[in-house]
Design a protein around this ligand. Sequence first.
Ligand SMILES: Nc1ncnc2c1ncn2[C@@H]1O[C@H](COP(=O)(O)OP(=O)(O)O)[C@@H](O)[C@H]1O
Ligand SMILES: [Mg+2]
Length: 409
Amino acid sequence: MKIAIIGAGGREHAILKKIASPEHQLFAIPGNAGMDAHCVNLHVSDTKGIVAFARQTQLDFIIVAPDNPLVAGLVDVLEDAGFACFGPRKSGAQLEGSKIFAKEFMQRHHIPTAPHRAFEDLQEASAFLAKSHFPVVIKADGLAFGKGVRVISGLEEGLAYLKALMVDHLFGESGCRVLIEECLEGKEASVLAFCDGLTLKPMLSAMDYKRALEGNQGLNTGGMGCIAPNPYFTPQIAKECQEKIFEPTLRGIQAEKLDFRGCLYFGLMLTAQGVKVIEYNCRFGDPEAQTLLPLLQSDLLAIMQACARQELAKQEVRFAPLHACCVVLASEGYPQDFEIGHVLSYPKELDICFAGVKHSAQGLCNAGGRVLSITSSAPTLQQARALSYTRIAQISLKNGYYRHDIGQL
Ligand SMILES: Nc1ncnc2c1ncn2[C@@H]1O[C@H](COP(=O)(O)OP(=O)(O)O)[C@@H](O)[C@H]1O
Ligand SMILES: [Mg+2]
């Protein structure tokens, strides 16, 4: 088969590794220099270019991994042109593309989430804020590179953030509408699930590390590491999620005729009052994909095709009873300014998911904030963690840095 993945990061590399086989020809749009695939130099939002490439190459299957093209409706265009895809159509991707849509969806289907109000008028939002008990959480409605959410501890800070979103358009259109919601307390957990619109099959739970520095300090990043399963996600909590969150979400998707055939990501907060949904994503997380997929024992491509055909009920989704620990190597300075062009050296046999890398005369060099990730699996979290740190220490990059506390409880 000729299979293409849309995207360029470690998540996409992890997916490619899992579906690689001598029977398949793999393409990545645009991909990165560390991938064992034919990289096609097109931007993920170049819908016309992607459709033209798909036609010219006669692709058999297309995996759309990143949020932007999913929310923009790339799958709609590709499917309408006759291509089989993994990834929700625009209607399903709204669950991530608009946080207000997602909140209202949760309300309609009685799915537990933090109480909230939505605003499109600065005066009304400011007046509401003035009467709020702090902390509150303010969220830009639309996609904002994972940076649109702030926990606000006082009125002045909140008013300034509302102005930044609604007047100064810090995140463009995405911040024209905002959510103000109650600040929840608890441990966070992520559960990703395969979904074909008729059936939803959860994967292992995961715990990600978003902050740049050890001890969850520093700025928010795309993700500096991840472990699975999440140690706080007990079987009892899993049952609660199944009944109160996963099943009602699937019924809601059906009732509202959202077309969701892809990976549905539940961002959860385990509060003393029960599990609440923080957000939905309409795709694999990065580095959740790098963490979870190595533990998947069933055939990923078969699962993805079953999702596309709405035959997931018949498809096995089985994970190894192991623990995984993923550590991300980033360029010093990320998520702000960093230098690029430093050469990477690493043992050739090391299993690496590459992200921000490009070719140079001396081999691969860093070209982005998150450069690569290493995932290990073992019978215990401690063993998986120890293995990942032994492995990542074998990689040298002049301005590389990574957190040393991934998986340390
Ligand atoms: N209601 C809430 N209470 C407490 N923390 C929250 C709440 N909503 C979001 N957060 C925190 O902000 C982070 C980002 O929010 P989220 O809704 O997941 O947006 P995004 O991932 O798109 O930036 C969450 O992982 C969580 O740590
Ligand atoms: Mg999130």
